[in-house]
Design a protein. Structure first.
Length: 146
């Protein structure tokens, strides 16, 4: 496979991954909470299951990206972006999602929710991941020409 094809494959892969995150995190989630017949507890419970599934899928996507980069060749940019994406995934999976799930449990148990910035941190992490994937796709697509 020529370098142009390797760059194109990496660019397309990262753009598609960014699309998955945008679709689940920013489109489907917003639509779910705007549905007038869906109660907040049910929406939160569905969201908890959705993001657990998304986390598993993204770890699979990360493994495939590691393999693709290993085949295409590692460079400093790819290593840094890969590290940052993995760090975000780890933070979400091991820290943010459990905190959000605990808050969902409080809602389901009709307990008061204390103020928290964890939801905004989660939105920020998802946004950063999309931006990193888009940057990766952009850099790889520009490398196709030269």
């Amino acid at each position: 496979m020529t370098n142009k094809w390797k760059h194109a494959a990496l660019a397309l892969y990262c753009a598609c991954w960014a699309g998955v995150v945008i679709g689940v995190s920013f489109i489907a989630t917003v639509a779910k909470f705007s549905a007038p017949t869906l109660t907040r507890p049910v929406a939160l419970d569905v969201g908890r299951h959705t993001f657990a599934a998304l986390a598993r899928i993204e770890w699979g996507l990360a493994v495939v990206l590691v393999l693709a980069i290993a085949y295409a060749g590692m460079n400093r940019f790819r290593a840094v972006v890969l590290f940052l994406i993995a760090a975000l995934l780890a933070a979400e999976t091991l820290w943010l999602y459990p905190l959000l799930s605990a808050r969902t449990e409080l809602v389901l148990a009709n307990q008061p929710l204390p103020p928290s910035s964890v939801h905004m941190l989660s939105v920020s992490a998802e946004s950063a991941k999309v931006l990193l994937l888009a940057l990766f796709a952009l850099v790889e697509s520009k490398a196709i020409r030269g």
